[in-house]
Design a protein around this ligand. Sequence first.
Ligand SMILES: *[C@@H]1O[C@H](CO)[C@@H](O)[C@H](O)[C@H]1NC(C)=O
Ligand SMILES: *[C@@H]1O[C@H](CO)[C@@H](O)[C@H](O)[C@H]1NC(C)=O
Length: 312
Amino acid sequence: MNKLFITLLICIAVICTQATNVINVAIWNNGTDVNIGTMDITAGVYAQMEITLTGFVYQPSILQSSTYNYVTNQLSLYALNLQKEPFLFIIDTNTWSILSKTPLYEEFQYGGLASTNTQQNNLFTTCSVGGYIYPSTIDPNTNAISKLDTVLGSYRGSVYLPKIESYLVLFKNQTGLFGKVYSETSSVVSEINFHFSGNPYPVNDAPLNLVYDSTNRNVLAQVYMTDSNGRPSYALAHLVWTPGYVPAALHLSRMTGYTGDIFLTTVLNNQRQQYAYSFADSFGQTTLYTFSTYTNNFVTFRPIFTKVLSAF
Ligand SMILES: *[C@@H]1O[C@H](CO)[C@@H](O)[C@H](O)[C@H]1NC(C)=O
Ligand SMILES: *[C@@H]1O[C@H](CO)[C@@H](O)[C@H](O)[C@H]1NC(C)=O
């Protein structure tokens, strides 16, 4: 190959891998209201507000209390009012209007929302109370929650797996970290004992904020470790599958944050480019990391001015 040809190849490679601007839906709290809007995740420093839920608060990211349906562009989220009463909101992000607002039983903590990305907006969710979790489905017509199972343990994350049309819920009990896979028709598809691999530091028992990466058809988890100086260290991990499409382990990648940064939420590039973006709390400021899911490496990071708690 001559030099010109190589240069040409490099130019093509650069053009192909350059990220185009991507607009994502984002959720944040502003102290009095839940704010929902859009953010250019590749270049923006602020999110633009489109709709507010006045007098409501969005719960911490680790509960995974929202999900986005990429087919209908509907955002489903739980929020608490000033009396801490939980509600399920379904929002149309084409028109930025509230399609429904459903009051829920107060005794539960609600999270783990996962859209199946169907026209009907079928949803999975996990409710928790008194040391038990209840993986459940939500009826798209009535918004009624029906429990699929009762599990003694603490919620550690959940995600919808389109390939097997099932919902994976991770939980911690006195024996360890486990996952259960559910289909919409209630049966437990499988039950797995999870472990971590490739972790540079000890992994803390903490929620894992699972997210589905449709480009690479895999699941990413946010793993909280403590480094040798006793400081928080976060990294993204991949779900590793065993034959028969059974998830088995969470393998730590080189997609790592800087020491002390607490990952809040991770969103995959929705234009089918191989990037993942993690919002982090960096000593009170918000930082947005860009990772390559192609090379599994850190790409860049920058400060942003909206403390985004979930994004899609
Ligand atoms: C939150 O946003 C709403 C809508 O823009 C605004 O009315 C309200 O004053 C804001 N609250 C605070 C504390 O900034
Ligand atoms: C933890 O959950 C696993 C999977 O369901 C189960 O086999 C194990 O007995 C549980 N441990 C305790 C202490 O309940």
